[in-house]
Each structure stands twice: as C-alpha cells, then as structure tokens.
Design a protein around this ligand. Structure first.
Ligand code: AMP
Ligand code: ZN
Length: 134
C-alpha cells in the first residue's frame, strides 16, 4: 500500500531498527517504546487486520513472535513480555497495517494492564450464545 508507513519501512524507504527479517515477516523497534526493546512484528504483505491476513501469514508471524520473545528473554534479560494487537481503530489501532506489539517487561516496571469487571447475572450465557463457533 503506497501511503502506508509500515509498507515504507518494509520497502526500506523509511529507516528502522530491524530485529529480524525473513521472506514473510519483518520485526523492528517501535519508535516510541513502552520499554526498551519494544518490537513490532509485521507481515511484509499489507493486511489491515487479523481477519484480512491469510493463515500462512499469521503462522509465520507467531513463529517470529516466539523467536523475538526468546531473544528478549535471553539477551535483554526480560523475565516476560506482553504480546498485543490493536485490531482496528476501535481497539486503538493507529497504523492500518497489521502489527503485533512485543513489549519486554521488567519486574516492577509499573505497567498496568487493562481493568477487568464481572459479568452480570445472565450476561455470560447471552454473549456466549451470540459468539460461540459451532
Ligand atoms: P498501533 O496503535 O497499534 O497502531 O501502534 C502503532 C505503533 O507504531 C505505535 O506504537 C508507534 O509508536 C509505532 N510507530 C509509528 N511510526 C513508526 C515508525 N516510523 N517506526 C517505528 N514505529 C513506529
Ligand atoms: Zn502497509
């Protein structure tokens, strides 16, 4: 996609700190990291979101998440990491090229995950009936 910033990074038109690259996937530093080493794992082909991407591409991305995650643990000493996809603008996606955030964590780094709530009485069944895949 010609005006996509991540397509431009993949094409080498915009510089990036490349962590890993293969035929299908590029992993590079997020320019505004949550923690140092925060990496974006993206398919080389332009897809807007998870549903658009083919299964082969998604499998390749997950393989790279594992590789980079291992490197963050082994070489950066991260005791853990978060994997997050902001899938569509309603979920906070700003760059419209599918990307997985890999955020290395440090013990006591103060990052808070999202707040949780309880289901109302029959709400779990109602929602399940709508979305269950049979
Ligand atoms: P999202 O809200 O999931 O779409 O996040 C997009 C991410 O892309 C943000 O965390 C930005 O910091 C990051 N970003 C935007 N432009 C660049 C760039 N040129 N190089 C690296 N990361 C970028
Ligand atoms: Zn793109």
């Amino acid at each position: 996609m010609s005006n996509c910033i991540f397509c431009k990074i993949i094409a080498g038109e915009i510089p990036s700190y490349k962590v890993y690259e293969d035929e299908f996937v590029l992993a590079f530093f997020d320019i505004n990291p949550v923690n140092p080493g925060h990496t974006l794992v993206v398919p080389k082909k332009h897809f807007a979101n998870i549903e658009e991407a083919d299964e082969e591409t998604l499998c390749q991305i997950v393989k790279v998440l594992k590789k980079v995650g291992l490197s963050l643990k082994k070489n950066l000493g991260a005791p853990g990491y978060n994997v997050q996809v902001n899938n569509d603008p309603a979920a906070g996606q700003i760059v419209p090229h599918l990307h997985f955030h890999l955020v290395p964590r440090a013990d006591g780094d103060g990052l808070k995950l999202w707040p949780q709530k309880k289901y109302l009485e029959t709400e779990a069944e109602e929602v399940l009936n709508k979305i269950k895949i049979t």
